[in-house]
Design a binder for this molecule. Structure first.
Ligand code: NCD
Length: 333
């Protein structure tokens, strides 16, 4: 492999990054083993070393074509997939809803088949409907990466969050991660619950009862994941090693979930007063985009405990790892 001079420096890699990856798609983390998650994180460690070089370019995916198809808004996810593909020397084609024939009424599967016929190897897609990437994965020969589907899943965000936690705290195992906010509409929360618990963390959820998906949580509990709900943020904060706060997904809310933004902020905003009750080493994460002043205060968002920018930076390394594992080593590559 042309990427790694060393795997994660200073750490014995449990899984060699160049080991074969036994999957064609990344749709969610529910069916990942902890070893597969480790393989992605170890590979991302090698990729972040590439990103630290003076010349950030390796020929690993030369001759491969990656298409990003985003049918919902995105800044960081889309830009980081594009950057990841380019650093690996792949050809990257970016399509959005307004530019693609989906807008003209072509079905999603037909659009994906067209992209396949044009020679795409990997399709990175974001879609407002839960399950859309699974449909494309079944109906075409493309390798599909889910970059966020409806309320369902956002596996690469969860992987970059795991990578960031491990980079900063040295492990994920036995940490307590508090996820605060609009859990109901959050694909980030769902994928993170799978990823964090598979790596041994305890996940505590806190948010307004109207934004807490009780049936879905029962499914996680039935799968044996270490997950609990703490309705009172003041009780939840002192337990946490990491506090992950989520954007209120206003675009997915019909009216009636919350009395007002002001009331939400009063009860659930992560701010300096609340952080004063956290463990001294506790860190704050947010997947972005932030509604600063609502779920997180400006001071905390840009303060010393915030990992928000580190998450964005690590997003490139983790997406390089995913593209590399699927396009260069994946099953039948
Ligand atoms: C998240 C998403 O799109 O699900 N953003 C992201 O990918 N960084 C979270 C959000 O939109 O709130």
């Amino acid at each position: 492999m042309t990427i790694a001079r060393s795997p994660e420096r200073g750490k014995a890699a449990a899984v060699a990054p160049w080991q074969e990856f036994h999957r064609r798609h990344v749709l969610d983390l529910d069916d990942f083993s902890s070893e597969e998650i480790e393989q992605v994180l170890t590979t991302a460690g090698a990729m972040s070393e590439v990103l630290g070089r003076r010349i950030r370019k390796v020929p690993t995916l030369r001759g491969r074509t990656i298409v990003t198809l985003f049918l919902e808004p995105s800044t960081r996810t889309r830009a980081s997939f594009e950057q990841a593909g380019k650093v690996l020397s792949a050809d990257v084609i970016n399509l959005s809803g307004s530019e693609s024939s989906v807008k003209k009424g072509e079905s999603l599967v037909d659009t994906a088949k067209t992209l396949e016929a044009l020679g795409a190897d990997v399709l990175v897609m974001r879609h407002p409907m839960s399950g859309a990437p699974n449909l494309v994965a079944r109906a075409t020969g493309l390798r599909v990466v889910n970059a966020g589907d409806g309320w369902h899943a956002h596996p690469t965000q969860a992987l970059l969050d795991l990578f960031t936690i491990r980079q900063r705290l040295g492990r994920v195992d036995r940490l307590t991660v508090l996820i605060v906010g609009d859990i109901l509409h959050s694909r980030v929360a769902r994928s993170n619950i799978w990823g964090l618990t598979k790596l041994g963390a305890r996940v505590v959820l806190c948010g307004p009862p109207t934004l807490m998906p009780s049936q879905a949580l029962a499914a996680f509990a039935a799968a044996g994941q270490r997950l609990s709900i703490e309705p009172d943020l003041e009780h939840a904060i002192p337990q946490a090693d990491v506090i992950m706060t989520l954007r209120l997904q206003k675009e997915r809310m019909d009216s009636g979930f919350l009395p007002s933004m002001r009331e939400y902020a009063a009860l659930y905003q992560i701010n300096d007063q609340r952080l004063a009750r956290a463990k001294p080493a506790a860190l704050v994460m947010h997947p972005g985009p932030m509604n600063a002043g609502v779920e997180i205060s400006h001071e905390v968002a840009h303060g010393p405990r915030s990992l928000v920018e580190t998450q964005v930076t690590n997003g490139v390394a983790v997406r390089m790892a995913i593209l590399y594992l699927l396009a260069a080593t994946g099953e039948d590559a």
